[in-house]
Design a protein around this ligand. Structure first.
Ligand code: MG
Length: 308
């Protein structure tokens, strides 16, 4: 179902935010009916946006050319976060299989990683692929806490880590001091890794922030940093992505918050629902897709995503 567009609502906290938004653009409500919409990824070749309905155990798709929303796969292993690898192949986090996989729209799939040191992951949540082909993902417990977003189970690893899978398939933890690591993204130069911690969902006064870490991509490891970079104005940060100039567009309870790399909050795109993740789309990459609770929204901006 597609509802008519509504005027987009912005909180402009810094005049520099005004250059990024297009006040005449409207907020489009493209789909509803999801139990918890997450994990959007855009495939430019087919102008298709895929995303997850985690409790509904579905992957949905939106055809940008026709405006048609369809169910792509159901059941879908309680898929969560998605990204593209260097070849443009979709990489998915699956709560249901407790693994990270690659899949193709024609149904082929292969496992990227499903365990570390012989122990199954908790429930991979969100994923990025760096320019050297390594796969970095977060592994909190949301998909094993209950049967709501996966299958209730004990943690085998006994911790909630950020893992890296090297191009040859070796798996190792790179960050081990987070409560519930969640969304993650590299800076444009890949010298910084930003990781959200949504630990406040499990721990009173727990983390609801993004931390920044120094990365040595050649060494395949974190070399320093780890300080809190930004704390969510309301609720928790979940997924986020960078724009072509390195700003960070981060989901939260109020919608999508836009930050400079130095942590300055420029402004917020207000949404009627809690936002879980964002993705760039459109032929010019200036369409911001937002998965928010039951819905998929889109908004045209004056800035777009980096080239892929
Ligand atoms: Mg997430």
């Amino acid at each position: 179902m597609t509802r008519p567009p509504n005027p987009a609502v912005y909180d402009v906290l810094d005049p520099r935010f005004a250059d990024l938004i297009a006040p005449s653009e409207e907020l489009h409500h493209l789909s509803d009916g999801s139990g918890w919409a997450e994990g959007p990824v855009y495939v430019a070749a087919t102008r298709t946006l895929y995303w997850s309905d985690i409790p509904g155990d579905r992957v949905l798709r939106y055809d940008e050319s026709t405006g048609v929303v369809a169910e792509h796969e159901c059941p879908a292993n309680h898929a969560n976060g998605h990204t593209l690898d260097r070849d443009g192949v979709i990489v998915a986090c699956e709560h249901g299989t407790r693994s990270v996989v690659r899949w193709w729209p024609d149904g082929r799939r292969e496992v990227v990683a499903d365990r570390f040191d012989g122990k199954r992951f908790n429930s991979p949540n969100d994923v990025v692929v760096s320019s050297d082909g390594s796969v970095w993902f977060t592994d909190p417990t949301y998909g094993i806490d209950s049967d709501e977003e996966g299958h209730a189970a004990e943690s085998e690893i006994g911790g909630n880590h950020v893992f890296r899978v090297s191009p040859d398939g070796a798996v190792g933890p790179v960050i081990t001091d987070m409560v519930q690591p969640n969304g993650l993204a590299f800076s444009l130069d890949e010298r910084t890794l930003y990781v959200a911690d949504t630990g406040a969902t499990h721990v009173t006064d727990g983390p609801r922030h993004i931390r920044r870490f120094d990365v040595d991509l050649a060494a395949g490891d974190i070399t320093g940093g780890g300080e809190v970079w930004a704390t969510c104005p309301e609720g928790v940060f979940d997924g986020f992505r960078l724009d072509a100039d390195g700003r960070i567009w981060a989901s939260g309870r109020q919608g999508v918050h836009c930050y400079l790399p130095d942590g300055t909050l420029l402004g917020t795109v207000r949404l009627p629902e809690v936002c879980a993740n964002v993705e760039w789309g459109g032929a010019d990459r200036r369409t911001l897709y937002m998965t928010a609770n039951t819905s998929l929204y889109s908004l045209r901006l004056a800035v777009g995503g980096p080239d892929r």
